[in-house]
Design a protein around this ligand. Structure first.
Ligand code: PEP
Ligand code: MG
Length: 312
């Protein structure tokens, strides 16, 4: 089906009736750009910058950062690149940024934006390097904060971005509180990106690092879909950059819930592009309603698939 999908749908992501859904790639650095381009990514929807910071005793220099960001930005002169500010802590510990004390539950501890606020110099250096990297380029740079909980945190991050000369600040929606109060956060930033991996972990209280809880670590859980809908109708663009966007059926459901772009690992792009091209926006909406009406992840998946007759 993969080569058939490749042949069938090319170009920008859109539904059968022409509703545009930009399809973007998740990357960890410049080395991931070729695969993104080969699979027709219209830009980058999640640049996980922590790979630049991992496995070293000191943070990368300003020049190192600027180079790594510019290389990616230059690859998409007509597109956007969404860079995530350093997401350290919990499942991504960094040697030079230890937590302030013992953390019995690191996933509920100082991670993401919480960590950056205590190390404001790290945040400021990163934002400045990003602004310098983007200067003079036509690529649209968007920068987002990980692990944001409320509107005050969103406002803090937006102010830090503007101080660095970054015009398109956004936040990831991966904490249920942020999804529930999405309209409050939407008044502070320009866009949302749903991190469905963490959003599912926190909604279902199921540690994403424990394999035995995989049945609860499932974005088809109707409660997760409810939170996606809450974020997607807050009035600002709302993408998805979690694993959920790799599943062609779920991608259609996300679009039906109001999600405006999808970012995924590069090899998933052709199949998701083909699934969208085979269904109208109304069919995606019907699938989304059917999934939300279900009472389990399994039932949500089954009824959505029934509402999407042209899935490969
Ligand atoms: C997510 O949580 O869905 C996400 C995209 O971020 P990460 O997997 O890097 O935590
Ligand atoms: Mg996350």
């Amino acid at each position: 089906t993969r080569s058939a999908a490749l042949a069938e749908a090319t170009g920008p992501g859109r539904t059968k009736d022409g509703h545009s859904v930009p399809l973007l790639a998740n990357i960890g650095g410049p080395k991931d750009v070729p695969a993104a381009v080969e699979n027709g990514a219209e830009g980058v929807g999640l640049y996980r910058t922590e790979f630049l910071f991992l496995d070293r005793a000191t943070p990368p220099t300003d020049a190192e950062q600027e180079r790594a960001y510019r290389e990616v930005l230059e690859a998409f002169p007509n597109g956007r690149v969404v860079v995530r500010a350093l997401d350290a802590g919990a499942d991504k510990p960094l040697a030079f940024l230890p937590p302030p004390g013992e953390e019995p539950n690191p996933a509920l501890g100082e991670r993401g934006l919480r960590m950056l606020r205590r190390h404001e110099d790290v945040l400021t250096a990163q934002l400045s390097a990003l602004a310098r990297a983007a200067s003079g380029l036509t690529t649209k740079l968007q920068v987002m904060a990980p692990m944001v909980t409320d509107a005050e945190e969103a406002a803090y991050f937006a102010a830090a971005c503007r101080a660095a000369g970054i015009e398109h600040p956004g936040v990831m929606i991966e904490v249920p509180a942020a999804a529930l109060r999405a309209t409050d956060l939407a008044s502070e930033v320009k866009f949302f990106s749903l991190g469905t991996n963490d959003l599912t972990q926190y909604t279902c209280a199921a540690d994403r690092q424990i394999g035995g809880l995989a049945h609860l670590q499932d974005a088809w859980q109707p409660a997760v879909l409810d939170l996606v809908a809450s974020a997607a109708c807050a009035g600002i663009p709302c993408g998805v950059c979690g694993e959920a966007a790799n599943d062609p059926a779920l991608a259609c459901v996300l679009v039906g819930l109001g999600v405006t772009s999808l970012s995924m690992s590069a090899p998933s792009l052709p199949l998701v592009r083909a699934a969208l091209a085979r269904h109208t926006l109304d069919e995606c909406r019907a699938a989304a309603s059917a999934a939300r009406a279900a009472r389990s992840a399994e039932a949500a998946k089954a009824s959505a698939r029934q509402a999407l007759p042209a899935l490969a």
